[in-house]
Design a binder for this molecule. Sequence first.
Ligand SMILES: [Zn+2]
Length: 354
Amino acid sequence: MTMTNLAIAELLARSVEEVEEVKRRSFRRASRGALAWPEEAASVLEQDRPLTELHAIGPRLALRIERWVENPPALGDAIPEARSGFSTLSVGRSIIDGNPSWRSELRADLQMHSTYSDGTVAIEEMALAARSLGHSYIAITDHSEGLRVAGGMTPEQLAEQKREIDELRERLSDAGIRLLHGIEMNLDEDGEGDTGPKTLAPLDLVLGSFHSKLRRTSDQTPRYLAAVNNPLIDILGHPRGRMYDRRAGLHADWGRVFDRAASTGVALEIDCNPNRQDLNAELAAKAAAAGCWVSIGTDAHSTYELTFIDLGVATVLAAGVPRERVLNYMDAEELLEWSAKRKMSALDKYGKGS
Ligand SMILES: [Zn+2]
């Protein structure tokens, strides 16, 4: 048996309990980091390269992992739910290697953050980095006002962002990348957003995401049905709200949720952050079988995190989602048309009020 990065992540997470308090943080960090390593640790060793090349690995952890690779411990099947159903960027890259056109023909990344909310980088820098990854357009989707902890934007800041994006458009189109102005609107547990239709109307794309009460263990089908019925949102962001090794995410009757989403036309996101992978391949396959639209977004808060897009592409491949149902394979005009149609139905429902 060879030791995969996923198995290393699990072993690192398990070791947290055994090591002294001061070391726990670095073990947790390395465990989460292992999901995002671009190549297998075992193959790094095979090439006689040091494991310290990998993110979050210092000399001591490198030694420990080396021992695991030489002599793989049995994992058993008692993997906790908060660490189950994950893949790794390294596995994702090998899936793409077998299907390169799925990566080269992808046009967009549909979720990312800038300094307007909790991102670390200005819009222009994100756009240029996305261009260098081969995207022809991106959606900037900073947090809405209700998510204070993530620096959610007031309507004034959103308007200021719109002005900046309008100014950047010409310069960036010369550079070969187009900007869509979106938002990640916070949804409450009843599936309602915190931003009115009038504020949302000028935007190109609206993601709606749950960020609270994500540790509930009871069935949450009603909040999902309300969310996918909400005509103001185009995409349900990181649907389960899970985080590797922190929380398992919400539970629902996914068959019912996906059937409803297919009929209302809301897209379901595959959030590419290796610690989210939300939806993962298993649920993305169910969503695709129900006929849902799917959207791929890195949820990047830095230029480095834009590279996580490969994990999303690998997820649609592993799930067998037809390319025609993935928003990111549309060109920007097609996507705008798609969302404009949804907007019309929102106006029918809500009128033109605030
Ligand atoms: Zn979010």
